[in-house]
Design a protein around this ligand. Sequence first.
Ligand code: ZN
Length: 247
Amino acid sequence: MKKIQKNKLFIQITYRDLLEKLWLIYLFKVNCEVYLDPAKINSYNIDEIERAAKLLDKRGISRRVHAPVCDPNKEGFDKYKEIYYKTSRFCKHLGADTIVMHVEGYWREEHVYIWKEIADFADENSITVLLENHQEISAKPIIKILTAINSDRLKACFDVGHFYVFAEKSVTLLLSDYAGDLIKEIHLSDNLGDMDSHLPLGKGKIDFLSFFEALDKTSLDPYYTLEAKDLSGIIKGILYLKRIGRL
Ligand SMILES: [Zn+2]
């Protein structure tokens, strides 16, 4: 049974909570994936975020950034790119080297190559971009982009909860659709299959035991991000992972 190494475990936290609850992060000594609110992307204070980065560095706490969610088919592909570039700048100030971005559905051929521009910029800035599934019913849209661009800077983040709600296959079977080592991060939250309710692990219907067993059979060595609604969800998630022998 493979264990999750402590340095590979992250919790998701909003940018606001990161600043207000630094003490909590110190207490847990857990790495954070900072969710950048769309409203904050134009208004964060560079000094403030660089100060937080220094404090986190001192305690050896890593960070990654979840980009604001944008549906390019509704908001436009220029807007999508703008969000990516702004998130990259935020990453630099925060000292993060990974961005998680939702793909939001199907990308037509002529738009897939936007990802080439994104991957090239990521490469120049030593950032890795992970494409996260959201409401897609299969892994195909993401795999199509990843294989077309074929860059070490463009990989996948597998959100178990999203797949459980929206996908047509079981979470365990979907995992095998991703070839080789495409998956670099896994988002963990539970739900009842009806909505993306971010329940604490073990409180919904997702069969995490089978999921982790399926993972054991792969050569993947991903990072894990616990997505919980509140502190109690984080604690329950950590205790659950310990209980099933994964931490
Ligand atoms: Zn997620």
